[in-house]
Each structure stands twice: as structure tokens, then as C-alpha cells.
Design a binder for this molecule. Structure first.
Ligand code: ATP
Ligand code: MG
Length: 418
């Protein structure tokens, strides 16, 4: 089928990659999510290329390229700030030769057997993801009726859904995520086994779950995705802490607000910080742990640090949250008590903290979810915008008992709310 795509949606880097491979005598197609998104008139997030050249051959053709990956060996080809992922057509894992490994439950854990384009198409997940576009001929190769499914708004698994989920349980999450993101309806036979097979997600390595979760949360449709995951009971394995958090009304409100906030940012073209997001997801878990340590008699601040360490150690580890995220999460959490101190020099110090903005955004979510009075968030908004004199007049009386007695700056200021 010949299809003309809007040239402004096509990536130059992807075109140069297919051209380079063609010139060297290989087949090369833009494949997967990018073709699907183009057919849906959306800007693809990234471009993948499939070819009959081996990773080594691809690597030799492009000067700025490197071979990556173990489970799937791929080549990253770099053009400016764009990276094109080039994969060699993959064959069936059931064939004897090559490097592949299947577990007893049918899960594929290594998959480096090369094959033909037909083999490659059959091992992709959804029909909508198995379209191959050749920019030279402007033709789309469609082995599984993906074109018709996309046009009909259907997300359909290739092959027998039960088998495909057993091979890779993450496909259940992908079904939910892609249907939420693209507004495609999951076809009934693709949908049906998910309820029975959800538990298989427990066996997936945390690092893969983390990657998939990050995609889900940063898709611009996190709210819709998480709601769908809960409906399908897929959130148990994926989001251990959400089980607990979503049960309590305040926790649920907080998480939903955070997801909505993230979606709004992404859809308006802004970036969203994964650390901030994970800090929100684990916040109510953190609050509960903090409360416990305080009840045990620890002072507020040491108790907070003990709670942070504990939550990070248990939850963050289960989720394989990288260290580079947990450090920022701790910073955002650690700033929270400081927002409740509105006397003396401390508010000025907080304003200049490198994480002030994230801490403040986090505070606003806490206020909006009903955990803290709105007045506190409004005070910080006003304080940050005010000039020096106004700021001084906004400060509250210093009631801190440990400090040397200081004369209150303003006798008429409002009483401390917290
Ligand atoms: P997104 O828009 O989120 O990038 P995508 O479909 O492009 O969605 P990728 O993870 O970029 O997702 O994968 C690229 C392609 O690789 C998919 O379109 C699909 O053809 C194939 N693929 C990815 N993950 C799987 C999987 N778990 N099982 C089978 N095929 C997969
Ligand atoms: Mg993609």
C-alpha cells in the first residue's frame, strides 16, 4: 500500500538511516510505533528502523553508531541530537540456531535469532505495531492487517494472546498504555486473558517494569493509564505502593492530582521530572512511616529521615528506582517541613534552595489534595512574588522554642496554623 506521510512529521535522521542502508545494498524500513503514530497523524516520539543488515554491518555503515543491548542487540545511529534505533529482522525463538532462551513458563529472556521481515513482523506485539514503511518507495508493508485495525481504532495482539502474554507479560501493560495513549480499543480476545494472567508480571525483572512504568507515567496519559491498570487489576505487580496509597481517599486524591499535573505538563510540551513523580507516588507511604517513627518518640526531623530511608529501601528497591532519582526524591521530601516554618530568616533561605521550585510544586499538591490548608500554599505563592519589605511583613512570629527568644517582628501577624 502506498502512503504519503506529512513530511514535517517524518524524521530526517530516520530518512538518512534508511538511505544509508539502501545505498549499502540492504533493506531498511521505518517500523513499529512511528508508522502507527504517522497513520494516526501524531508526531512519533521516536523512530525505529528494521533492516536485514546485522548489527555489525549497521555499525560499519554509520560512523556515529554503537551496538547496545543484551536481550535485544540493537544499533543506535546518531544524527545531531536524534538517535535512531536500528534492529536486525528477528526470527522465531523456536529455531535451533542463534542465541535465544525461553523459560519453563514460556517467557522469552534472550532473543537474538535473526530472520526475515515476515518472521520479524510476527514477533511484534500488536498489528498496529507491525507496519513497515519504506521511505524510498513510500510503501507500507502490512503483514497482519494493522492498517485496517488502526483505521478501525483497534489494538489487536498478533497471534494467540495467551501465548504472547506468557512469552512477555509486559505486553499486558503495553496494551493498556498504548490503548490509553492512542485512544485505541483493546480487541476482546486481546483483552480477555489479561485478568487471568496479570500475576505473571511478578516474574518480570524490576528494571524492565521500571522502564515500562516510566513510559506510562510520562506518556501524557498517565491518569487514564493508571485508571485502566486498576480496572484490569494490573497495578498490583506494577505499583506495589499504589495498592496501599489508592485505598485511602487522601492518598488517591494526591496521586491523581500529581498524575493530572504531569499529564498537563507533558501535553503542553514541558518536561516532567521522574523524581518529582516518584516522590508524589510514594509520599503517603512516606507520611505513614514518618507518623510511626514520631509515635515511637523520635523528633520530627530525625523521624522524617528514618522514614525516607525506609521507604526508599523497600519501595524504591522493588521498583528498581535508580539512585539518581531517589536522591532528588529525598530532597523534595526533606524540604516539606521547611515550608511550615514561616518565621525569621528561614523562609528566605528556602527560597534560594536549588530544589525550592520542586518543593513548592509538591507543597501545592499537598494543599490541593486536602492534606494541608490551602492558605499555606497561597502564602508561599505570595511570599515568592512579593518584594523585600512585603516579605518581611508577611513573616510570622517566631514560636520556635529551641532558639534564643527573639522579639516578634509584627505583633498583629496571623497565628501559626500548624
Ligand atoms: P511508543 O510510542 O511508546 O514508543 P512503541 O510501540 O513504539 O510505543 P517501543 O517500545 O518503542 O514502543 O517499541 C517499538 C516496537 O517494537 C513496537 O512498535 C513493537 O513493534 C515492538 N515491540 C516493543 N515491545 C515489544 C514487546 N514487548 N513484544 C513484542 N514487540 C514489541
Ligand atoms: Mg517507539
Amino acid at each position: 500500500r502506498r502512503v504519503l506521510f506529512r513530511s514535517d512529521l517524518l524524521s530526517n535522521a530516520a530518512l538518512k538511516t534508511t538511505e544509508g542502508l539502501h545505498k549499502a545494498g540492504f533493506e531498511a524500513y521505518i517500523v513499529g510505533g512511528a508508522v502507527r503514530d504517522l497513520l494516526l497523524n501524531r508526531t512519533p516520539k521516536d523512530f525505529d528502523v528494521a533492516t536485514d543488515a546485522t548489527p555489525e554491518e549497521v555499525n560499519r555503515i554509520f560512523r556515529r553508531s554503537r551496538i547496545i543491548g543484551k536481550r535485544f542487540r540493537l544499533v543506535h545511529v546518531l544524527f545531531g541530537d536524534e538517535t535512531i534505533e536500528v534492529s536486525t529482522f528477528r526470527g522465531s525463538h523456536l529455531e535451533a540456531e542463534g542465541d535465544s532462551k525461553v523459560t519453563d513458563s514460556g517467557r522469552i529472556i534472550r532473543d537474538n535469532v535473526f530472520g526475515s521481515i515476515v518472521d520479524d513482523a510476527i514477533r511484534r506485539d500488536f498489528t498496529a505495531n507491525a507496519l513497515y514503511y519504506d521511505p524510498a518507495s513510500q510503501e507500507v508493508l502490512d503483514f497482519h492487517n494493522g492498517y485496517a485495525d488502526i483505521k478501525a481504532g483497534i489494538l489487536r495482539m498478533i497471534g494467540k494472546p495467551e501465548t504472547r502474554y506468557a512469552e512477555d507479560p509486559v505486553r499486558m501493560l503495553r496494551a493498556v498504555r498504548l490503548s490509553a495513549k492512542l485512544g485505541l480499543k483493546i480487541e476482546p480476545n486481546t483483552q480477555a486473558p489479561i485478568a487471568k494472567m496479570a500475576d505473571l508480571l511478578q516474574d518480570v525483572p524490576p528494571s524492565r517494569l521500571f522502564d515500562e512504568m516510566l513510559k506510562l507515567f510520562l506518556s501524557g496519559h498517565a491518569m487514564k493509564s493508571v485508571t485502566a491498570l486498576r480496572e484490569q487489576h494490573l497495578h498490583h505487580g506494577l505499583l506495589p505502593m499504589l495498592d496501599v496509597v489508592l485505598e485511602q481517599p487522601m492518598g488517591e486524591r494526591f496521586v491523581m492530582l500529581a498524575l493530572q499535573n504531569t499529564d498537563d505538563r507533558i501535553l503542553s510540551g514541558k518536561s516532567a521530572n521522574p523524581s518529582f513523580l516518584f516522590a508524589t507516588l510514594l509520599w503517603h507511604e512516606m507520611l505513614a512511616a514518618w507518623e510511626l517513627y514520631k509515635k515511637e518518640g523520635h523528633h520530627a526531623i530525625p523521624a522524617l529521615h528514618m522514614a525516607m530511608t525506609e521507604v526508599i529501601a523497600t519501595q524504591a528497591e522493588k521498583l528498581a528506582i535508580h539512585n539518581r532519582y531517589t536522591a532528588t526524591m529525598k530532597e523534595i521530601w526533606g524540604l516539606q517541613p521547611r515550608f511550615e516554618q514561616r518565621a525569621g530568616k528561614r523562609p528566605f533561605g528556602l527560597l534560594t534552595h536549588p530544589r525550592y521550585r520542586a518543593g513548592y510544586d509538591f507543597l501545592l499538591l499537598r494543599c490541593e489534595s486536602g492534606e494541608l490548608p490551602m492558605e499555606l500554599g497561597e502564602w508561599w505563592t505570595a511570599f515568592a512574588e512579593a518584594d523585600g519589605d512585603t516579605r518581611t511583613s508577611m513573616l510570622q512570629a517566631d514560636t520556635s522554642p529551641k532558639k534564643r527568644r527573639r522579639k516578634p517582628r509584627k505583633k498583629t501577624s496571623a497565628p501559626e496554623t500548624l
